[in-house]
Design a protein around this ligand. Structure first.
Ligand code: URA
Length: 432
């Protein structure tokens, strides 16, 4: 048995651990032989001391080895693509990217995560669709990617069980925002679930785990290096997360907004990011197109409705009801009004994410249930002109008390000024 306390102490004191020590710690934790309290202490030591690139590789490798791996390309006889986001507020990109890429004829197989801290998770969003099953067996996952062209599943007991446990623990121990832990978590899932080419959306800004472009570049380079060691092609798009992406924040609300993008009726920032991610994924696929060609294909399947058909087929294949009317609705909808005339200078993503969490859209403890119906719609975003008394946002709440709390936080997230702010695009940089 590994002496976990000794490893915690050495990491706390800034020493580098050997690969086999890290590997044993992770595997024993995954098997239940190291308790949560020791792993939590270890994660906090990593948070403060960091991991070297050799340690980050060893951690990722151990996480991959904690469960099964899938050879998707071997099973399908094709290149398979995947995308992942480092996490943000209102980030429902995957829900639109999957069906668009699948509609272009490229298999898309993805393992996603749940909400983490103030950020939402794709699995929680998908579970707001009545009947949708995120826990497919490995055989079901492979069969669905082959037959339907698209599957999005959770970390099962079979695939990267170490990440499933670590992710839940980090969420409630303030140990999420560390480059090595994020890179290992994301890349272990990507490597184990078998895609050949991966587009990573690295979020930057107030609502992201990486607050500056420089930190986001380090995270991107770390993930590209981990991907290369595993023989995968990785492209990172670094994107703005200073304000929520799109307008909706909260599970069912975000599903509705993603379907709007698939129909060609989504908000401009989200639509741009979805099409950019699709363009890179298609350029990395076996379709033999470049990024501009990929973008044209993605736009075409949205315009002719094939992407919407792919969405409905996928949701049904995983047991869900694709009818938007079946999505849960909150009993209380309340507006937040502008206190003055002006332009939205800033709409801080973190407080909006936190307000959604407190409304019940996320978890404050590991086992808390998510309320899929609640959330926030930011009707006005950075650069929008607003008159005093006009609605800035809409709160979807379970009761008056949670709506009151969210109203104060959301109002404080808006900064209004006399002049329009400098325009800023959604994609800030592309690496890889
Ligand atoms: N997404 C993940 O899958 N893991 C992290 O640690 C952060 C975002």
């Amino acid at each position: 048995m590994i002496r976990a306390a000794e490893l915690i102490e050495r990491k706390r004191d800034g020493h580098e651990l050997a690969g086999d020590e890290l590997s044993e710690l992770v595997l024993e934790y995954s098997h239940g032989d190291v308790p949560d309290y020791q792993m939590a202490a270890f994660l906090m030591a990593v948070y403060f001391q960091g991991l070297s690139s050799a340690e980050t590789f060893a951690l990722t490798d151990a996480m991959v080895r904690s469960g099964e791996t899938i050879d998707l390309a071997g099973a399908l006889g094709r290149r398979v693509v995947d995308k992942h986001s480092t996490g943000g507020v209102g980030d429902k990109t995957t829900l639109a990217v999957g069906p668009i890429v699948a509609a272009c004829g490229v298999p898309f197989g993805k393992m996603s995560g749940r909400g983490l801290g103030h950020t939402g998770g794709t699995l929680d969003k998908l579970e707001s669709i009545p009947g949708f099953r995120v826990e497919l067996s490995t055989d079901e996952f492979v069969a669905q990617v082959r037959d339907v062209g698209l599957a999005i599943v959770g970390q099962t007991a079979d695939l990267v069980p170490a990440d499933k446990k670590l992710y839940g623990l980090r969420d409630v121990t303030a140990t999420v925002d560390n480059v090595s832990l994020i890179a290992a978590s994301i890349m272990s899932k990507k490597i184990a679930s078998g895609a050949d080419a991966i587009v990573l959306d690295v979020k930057v800004g107030d609502g992201a785990f990486m607050k500056t472009l420089a930190d986001a570049q380090v995270l991107a380079e770390t993930m590209i290096a981990l991907g290369q060691r595993a023989g995968r092609d990785v492209v990172c798009v670094l994107t703005d997360m200073d304000q929520p992406l799109g307008r909706a924040v909260g599970n069912a609300l975000e599903v509705r907004e993603s379907v709007a993008v698939v129909r060609g009726e989504g908000p401009p920032d989200l639509t741009e990011l979805v099409l950019d991610a699709c363009a890179h994924l298609l350029a990395l696929s076996d379709l033999d197109v470049d990024v501009a060609g990929g973008r044209a294909l993605a736009e075409a399947v949205v315009a002719d409705g094939t992407a919407l058909t792919a969405y409905e087929r996928w949701i049904r294949a995983q047991g869900g009801d694709p009818d938007e009317a079946a999505l849960p609705k909150a009993p209380l909808v309340r507006e937040v009004f502008a206190p003055r005339d002006g332009y939205v200078q800033r709409l801080a993503a973190l407080p909006v994410g936190t307000a959604a969490l407190h409304l019940g859209a996320g978890r404050r403890t590991k086992d808390e249930e998510v309320d899929h119906a609640v959330g926030i719609v930011c009707t006005k975003k950075r650069g929008d002109r607003v008159d005093a008394g006009e609605p800035l946002a809409e709160l979807h709440a379970r009761n008056e008390a949670t709506a009151d709390e969210a109203a104060t936080t959301v109002l404080a997230a808006y900064e209004l000024g006399d002049e329009p702010p400098r325009a800023r695009g959604i994609v800030l940089d592309t690496l890889g």
